[in-house]
Ligand binder design. Sequence first.
Ligand code: GLU
Length: 487
Amino acid sequence: MTEVRVRIAPSPSGNLHIGTARTALFNYLFAKKNNGKFILRIEDTDAERTSQAYIDNIFDSLKALGLNWDEGPDVGGPYGPYTQSERFDIYPKYAQMLLDKGFAYECFCTPEELEAEKQLATQNKKPYVYSKKCENLTEEEKAKLRAEGRKPAIRFNIAKAQKAFHEGTILKFDDLVKGELHMDTSLLGDFVIMKSNGTPTYNFAVVIDDMLMKISHVIRGEDHISNTFKQILIFEALGAEVPRFGHLGMILAPDRSKLSKRHGATAVSEFVEKGYLTEALINFVALLGWSPSDGQEIKSIDEIAKDFRIGDISSSNSIFEYDKLNWMNSHYIKMLSIDELKERLKPYLTKYDLTELTDEQYTRMVEITYEPLTLLSDITDAVPYFFGEDVEIDPKAQADVLDTDVAQDVLKEFLRQAEAWEFTEENLHEKLEAFRAEYKEKGIKPKVTMWAIRAAVTGRTCGADMTAILAILGKDKVFRRVKKAIK
Ligand code: GLU
């Protein structure tokens, strides 16, 4: 195979999982590095678990992460369709080919018969392997079973394929990530490739699609390793070129269990809703199993693509450290321009009436509030006092600050003096400095003086730059709030 062609093949039975995003990223990087093609295929053969909403979520999430595909259901390509449910007429022909070559056989066993076999295996404490009862049925026997109304499934004949292409029962392949892997295929059992209703199973559809789509490298999670042995034999039985395989370690939660909802977000769209930047997410997942050659972890997807080598991927599991992701996210927030921030923060400010602020005021609000943000969504609780006439006073600000005699005195004096002030930042800066100095002379620390004003105007004891806040709010609102705070 000359051209590198890789794919991500999600099953739309849920929103795009962060683990699938990592698999997609590694495929994408491998394609970029090798001037290859990155293909999106939707594996929706399980109609009951599939939904259009999940398909849309997969598209949107991959796009938001910048993992744009060269061929796929929406953009098409030379080997479409790229949605498995639209390919159902393709698979029977290849199943027939395997039947004709003797690498598959019809199986008429009923679910009850198969269940009985499984129970027997359990009783004997043996792993279940299909008995091959139907392997050598004669044409007469098959005709009789058909006449009874039985519809056959088609099973792949593992032993036949193993014998035709390998010595003994051990199948080996050289994994791009994990090195040589092997398995005794006599333990696999003849699995179904076409169900009795005429639809393909995952292991069969995936091989036919990878073959017809000329996939050169299959990079996916290590949970698929046992499937890979089955798939290699199918490729060989079809006389097709076998792609190279690479299996990625799992992503585990900090407690080393499977990453799940109870640890936090797991779908890309959930992370985005929570206020993670897609740039931070993609940078973070790249580091789950891969590390940059210069040790410099903050990298754009293009920089990562240049540095990426599949052989450097760690074969072990990776731990999903939410703390590290948070750190990275706050770093990426700080790298955004103010104009970008103004746009990206808007979805998290919908509970406020942004028309209360002019564009200039909104810009200034963002400038003075973005630095401590870990998540974009943190902005929601950082800015309520910029909106509305009055402000909700935090009980602590009331008790520790506003209820003190010093604060009451400061606020009264502030009203008296500020009447004559022009509420521009520059002017306020100068005036407040003089105001604090006067109180300092009386033995009141500058920060105590400012606490009184902050508590009255913002309802809080800490927050953004006070001069800027006063200028944004303007004299009327500030006076109204200070008057309310005076007893
Ligand atoms: N649809 C399969 C999954 O989501 C794809 C596995 C593969 O890459 O072959 O797990």
